[in-house]
Write a protein that binds this ligand. Structure first.
Ligand SMILES: Nc1ncnc2c1ncn2[C@@H]1O[C@H](COP(=O)(O)OP(=O)(O)O)[C@@H](O)[C@H]1O
Ligand SMILES: [Mg+2]
Length: 275
């Protein structure tokens, strides 16, 4: 669905490459995570993946559409929604209702259809009673919901979450994660961008970025078990993996394959029963 072929990106002529030699495909309905330390190129990649940035070199296609073609660009932005880390950066309307309506007007949705979609998403995100309120009166969690409501109202095929939970309370972050999971269940393609390795147990594939390049790509089981690689890429392995590593250092080799908290607990119980 999103196809990147030998992509290079540079913010200006004298800058270093923010991204180099990126070859990736995101498939319909997939839940992919893109991870990497600060400055590794995640947000640049996110913006290329919804047409906010155009590659300096290389080709990118969205269902066969090309962002270099002005006519395709709006359709691409409608098909691929993006939710940023700071919800304030996405607020454009004076009221909650206007804020969601604005993005729909922008892509040419007819007024009757706008009303229908507004009601739907405001209901879904419990924003209906607040519809005439200014978005700036909302809590950070509610603002993030508004941003997501605005994106979902466009009925996108894919949604990119660029560190969307990093400014949220643990409770709101958990709710956001559940939302990603529900969207994925309903068939929406999810691109989850994070530097937080604890959040990756739900995704189907992990792409690791380092210095603007793809360092590694694989199933969560493979990537999360690879402590050495995660550390090289400037990432902190998940808590369960760090415990596994400490236990292995103490000689508990049978724990090698336990990388989720559940697997870890199960393996510890099995080992304890044996002794
Ligand atoms: N607007 C910009 N102008 C110039 N350089 C930028 C800009 N945004 C990001 N960069 C540079 O591009 C590289 C990748 O940044 P970014 O994509 O934001 O990484 P991440 O999201 O992984 O933290 C970094 O070296 C960063 O300094
Ligand atoms: Mg970023």
């Amino acid at each position: 669905m999103i196809n990147l072929k030998n992509i290079f990106y540079q913010y200006s002529k004298n800058d270093n490459w923010a991204l180099q030699e990126i070859n990736l495909s995101i498939f319909p309905g997939e839940w992919v995570a893109i991870v990497g330390s600060n400055g590794s190129g995640k947000s640049t990649l996110a913006k290329l993946m919804n047409g906010l940035l155009i590659p300096t070199r290389g080709e990118i296609h969205f269902f066969g559409r090309n962002p270099c073609n002005e006519n395709d660009l709006w359709e691409i932005r409608r098909m691929v929604g993006i939710v940023f880390q700071n919800p304030d950066s996405q607020i454009v309307g004076n009221t909650i209702e206007d804020d969601i309506a604005f993005s729909l007007e922008n892509i040419g949705v007819p007024p009757v259809e706008i009303d229908k979609r507004l009601t739907e998403v405001m209901d879904q995100f419990q924003l209906y009673p607040l519809k005439n309120q200014s978005p700036h009166t909302l809590s950070p969690g509610q603002k993030q919901k508004l941003a997501i409501a605005g994106v979902l109202a466009m009925k996108p095929k894919a949604v990119i979450f660029d560190e969307a939970s990093s400014m949220q309370s643990p409770k709101d972050a958990q709710e956001l994660y559940r939302m990603m999971s529900d969207l994925h269940q309903q068939g929406t393609t999810i691109v989850q961008i994070t530097h937080e390795m604890e959040d990756l147990y739900g995704c189907e594939r992990i792409i690791v970025l380092q210095d603007g390049m793809v360092k590694l790509e694989g199933k969560p089981g493979e990537i999360l078990a690879n402590t050495i690689m995660m550390k090289e890429a400037g990432l902190i392995p998940p808590f369960a993996v760090r415990i596994r590593d400490s236990l292995m250092e103490s000689g508990y080799d049978e724990i090698r394959n336990a990388i989720t908290p559940d697997q870890l607990v199960k393996q510890i119980c099995i080992s304890a029963l044996k002794t």
